[in-house]
Design a protein around this ligand. Structure first.
Ligand SMILES: [Zn+2]
Length: 415
């Protein structure tokens, strides 16, 4: 099997690859992707995914067929075909040529391209109307394009496979020179861009392979409640695959804007669900890349931020015993204490909960009521939203002690 092996690089490149994997996974299933992921952090993509399949009279790379179907899944193509322009021509009439060549898929292809490259779309103008067929040919030649040509280092993936664009091809000129057309994540802050990313180089080269992957990077991000978009970056595609998947799923359920909490919960989910040996190196540099849209009067701007959890916290959460007890406790307040490394507080709360529980038991048997019982109830309500029964309190306090001890053991290297 001929493979394309990729190693993690900068976050934009990583997000591009993860976005591509999302599309393939949607079509072929998650186990296909899981087979490609290597424990050393690299990924070996089966190259048959780039091979052409016959669609009507045309040859279209399989990966593009998947992408077109993915992008048009929830589209009402029939309705769109009836839309008319100012001259009264419908899309159906204008796209007859595509239908004759590729059948219904021809319509979908144009619709999908519009969703990527039209006005206000993530890669506006990168591939223009007249470029569609050239773009398909470009994809069919993705791996042979650099043969017998002078190659340069690609500024996105770092491989020696960037080439000069063909002088006669406007499409190649756009694809192979990094521009804001490539990146919605970076937003329109053109002046600040090169500095905040690699270096001050104004003309960054993109190799053919990256210029295909990069039009998937918007799919890798998760939109939070406050409108910000995040991507979890790590030095391993395997880690990024799972963490970004869990972030999306958890975000659906809990609806939060606290990226730190989402990251913590996703790391726990991964520790519990994924049976992998996580080497120490994987704990390094798991970071959240966050883009937030801000408005200055009428101007829209983007704030790009990076933050991470301390290595110690990541390594605690990656421990199955710790993650499973935190999950059993299920209280955000306690997770937050771990995230902020306030471990002593977990012990203190455990002791207090234990005292309150004993107090409540003795009140019950003596039919008396302590003065401070309202205060105690407030304390419990503040930290524990899930506790319903008094009898739960003893269990909770035991779990807090257990959690604290596990953290101490882990810190001493005994876990
Ligand atoms: Zn590249």
């Amino acid at each position: 099997m001929d493979k394309l092996t990729l190693y993690p690089g900068n976050w934009l490149y990583n997000a591009s690859v993860i976005g591509f994997l999302n599309v393939i996974s949607w079509k072929l299933g998650e186990d296909v992707i899981e087979n490609w992921l290597n424990e050393d952090g690299s990924i070996s993509i089966d190259k048959t995914i780039f091979e052409p399949v016959k669609v009507g009279k045309e040859n279209i790379p399989k990966s593009l067929v998947c992408y077109v179907e993915y992008l048009t899944e929830n589209e009402d193509i029939e309705e769109w075909l009836e839309n008319k322009d100012k001259k009264g021509n419908s899309n159906r009439e204008k796209l007859e040529e595509y239908y004759n060549e590729m059948g219904e898929f021809g319509y979908k292809l144009v619709r999908a391209f519009n969703k990527l490259f039209s006005k206000n779309m993530p890669y506006q103008n990168l591939v223009q109307q007249g470029d569609r067929k050239e773009f398909i040919i470009f994809l069919l030649n993705l791996f042979s394009m650099a043969n017998n040509k002078v190659t340069y280092r690609c500024d996105l993936c770092g491989n020696e496979r960037a080439i000069e664009p063909d002088e006669t091809s406007k499409l190649e000129k756009r694809l192979f020179k990094f521009d804001l057309m490539h990146s919605s994540l970076l937003g329109p802050s053109a002046g600040e861009f090169p500095n905040s990313f690699w270096n001050n180089n104004a003309s960054l080269r993109i190799c053919p392979i990256c210029s295909y992957f990069i039009i998937h990077h918007h799919l890798a991000v998760t939109q939070l409640e406050d409108g910000s978009e995040i991507f979890i970056n790590a030095p391993s595609f395997l880690i990024m695959w799972y963490l970004n998947k869990y972030v999306k799923a958890i975000n659906e359920k809990v609806k939060t804007s606290e990226a730190r909490k989402l990251l913590g919960m996703s790391v726990m989910e991964m520790a519990l669900k994924v049976n992998i040996q996580l080497g120490k190196w994987t704990m390094m540099n798991i970071e959240v890349v966050s883009k937030l849209k801000v408005r200055h009067k009428k101007k829209v701007d983007y704030n790009l931020e990076f933050y991470s959890l301390p290595h110690e916290v990541i390594s605690l959460l990656l421990n199955r015993k710790i993650s499973s007890i935190l999950t059993e406790i299920g209280e955000t307040s306690i997770l937050n204490l771990v995230l902020s490394q306030n471990y002593e507080r977990i012990m203190e709360i455990g002791e207090k909960v234990f005292k309150i529980a004993l107090q409540k038991l003795s009140e019950e048997s003596n039919k008396t009521k302590k003065d401070k019982s309202d205060e105690d109830d407030e304390f419990i309500a503040h930290y524990f939203q899930l506790v319903k029964e008094k009898s739960d309190l003893i269990k909770i306090s035991q779990k807090l002690f257990e959690l604290y001890l596990l953290i101490m053991e882990k810190q001493k290297g005994r876990l």
